[in-house]
Each structure stands twice: as structure tokens, then as C-alpha cells.
Design a binder for this molecule. Sequence first.
Ligand code: ACO
Length: 324
Amino acid sequence: TRYSRITGTGSYLPPKRVTNADLAVQLAARGIETSDDWIVERTGIRARHFADPDVTSSELGVHAARQALESAGRTASEIDLIIVATSTPDMVFPSTACILQNKLGIAGCPAFDVQAVCSGFVYALTVADAMIRTGSANRALVIGSEVFSRILDFEDRTTCVLFGDGAGAVVLEASDTPGILATDLHADGKHVEILCVPGGVFGGKVHGNPLLRMDGQAVFKLAVGVLEEAARATLAKAGKTEADIDWLVPHQANIRIMLGTARKLKLPQDKVIVTVDEHGNTSAASIPLALDTAVRTGKIRKGDTLMLEGVGGGFTWGAVLLDF
Ligand code: ACO
């Protein structure tokens, strides 16, 4: 049997770190009140990184990709598939994956974007796993990269304090042993309204609001339940139980959602990888950023069983269970 396995991880944060206190000062200048206490208590976020205006998702992503290649001991020329998960692409088209491919100095292999907002990385990893298992690819770069700062409404304190920019990447290779044990993806388009950027480009102009809108409480209520279901579905498919999970690597949106999911899966808090405090919510980049951070700090080791799970706009959600 043919499986896929992660052989390298990488990540990149733009250098500009913005603390809650920095943000509170910026918002105060617009007459909007927020505080470090409020943000930490409700979300667990202490700081996030923002890219400079000329830095795009492909730029952040290529740094993460190079680091993942290095950790896998591979060169870009050995890659035969590139999938980028992003909801903040460089352009309407071509895809961020094509732009990133060129920045890596390679050509020829298929490259495309996957758009599932904060579930983007589990979607992209699932697609890459399927393509490797069926023999369409042998060595994939799977990247989550976002510049959410571009689509934030800094007049809306209920959303602008939550998000950050960054990128994470993995090299996923064909293997005789698993690797990825099970995947489970879902979407329900009736929830479009609770989390969206409704605007679009039309006739040379932006029509509708091009900034992020979110009903935070509605998202919160849906998130914990669907994340538990997806996680349990992957365990059932792989013939495993909660006790087999060494690390939960959740989408980093809000510490309360992350710990809520861990509780439902009967996982102690110290088995949850947490980077939301320093990264904020980086949407499709958050899972590979958290994964790489935990690998580099020595928490996650080769052979550990990981539960990756994400939820986001669409509504979309999913999980990937894997042996690292
Ligand atoms: N600073 C200070 N006060 C604020 C702020 C702020 N930044 N934002 C809101 N408030 C106020 C509100 O105005 C409200 O005041 P009021 O009681 O006078 O009306 C009060 O704080 C409470 O607001 P709530 O919205 O009830 O706060 P809640 O506890 O629900 O927390 C939050 C809001 C953090 C957005 C929460 O609902 C949440 O985390 N939801 C999930 C969001 C999420 O995770 N989204 C991403 C998942 S999908 C994806 O990643 C794209």
C-alpha cells in the first residue's frame, strides 16, 4: 500500500510584531476602545505579526516552503506538486501557488490554491494525501499562507484584534508506511453569513464590503461541536481512540475553542499545541505554523500521533490524524 508522510516542516512570520497594547493605542487614535485584558481573557491572544503592505501570501509562503524543504533534506526541483491554502491570495488569478512555484525557481509541476478559509490547511493536506496515495504525485509542498491584515476592518474591534499574518509549510512524501492515517472534511454553505468577506471585484471596481465580517458567538457555538465530530471520525476510520493522540494541533483561533475541543476529546491541556498567544488567528497558516513551532521547540517528535483540526468560513471544518 502507498501512503503519504510528512518529512519536513517550516514556517515564517513577518518581522513586525504587534502586541495587544500596540493595537489598543492604534484603535484609541480612531476613538475605539479595547484592552490587553479583554483580548487575552476572551481569546488568549497577546500579540500577532503583520506583514508590510508590499508583502504578499506567496512571499510569506516561499520562506516557509524553503524551510520545510531544508528540514526534509530536499531541493525545490524534487517537488512534483504544490498546493497553497489561502483566502488572501496575491491576485484574483493566477493562483498564489503558481506565483510561489516561480519564486522557488521551479516549473512544470501542478500548482493550485485551495480556499477553505481557516480549514484550508486540513483541506490542502487531504488533497495532497489523496494525490500521493493514487500515484499522481510523489513529493508535495503543502503550504498555508495568509495576510489577513489586508482584509481586517480596523473600525470593528470585535474582529480586528483576532487575526495575524504568517505562513507554514510541510513536505509530504510517498511512503510505504503511514503517515497520514485518516482524514475527514466537511462544509455547510448555509452558514456563509456568519463569517465572510462579502465583496468582490466586478467591472473594474470592488463591489460590496471587501473586509471581514464575523458573528463571533455564532462561530463559537458551531466550532466546538463540529471539531469534536471530525476528530472522532478520523479516529474511527483509523481504528484509534483519544488515548492514542500525543498532540492536538488545532486551528489557532481562540484558546477557549481549542481547550473546549480538547476537553471533549478527554485530552489534558498540556497535549494541546498553543501558538495563538503569539500568532493570533492566521487562518490557513495557523496549523502548519503551530506544527512547525512545536517541532522546532522539541515538543513534537518523530513517531508522535497528531490530531490536526480546523474550522472556518464556509462553514468548513475537518481533521487529519497522522503519525509524524
Ligand atoms: N475590546 C473590548 N471590548 C470588546 C472587543 C474588544 N476588542 N470586542 C468586543 N467587545 C465587547 C463587545 O462590544 C461586548 O460589549 P457589550 O457587552 O457592551 O455589548 C462585549 O465585549 C462582549 O462581546 P461578545 O461578542 O459577547 O464577546 P465574546 O465573549 O463572544 O467574545 C469573540 C468575542 C472573542 C469574538 C468570541 O465570540 C469568539 O472567539 N468567537 C469565535 C471567533 C473565532 O474563533 N473565529 C475564527 C474561527 S474561524 C476562522 O478562523 C476564520
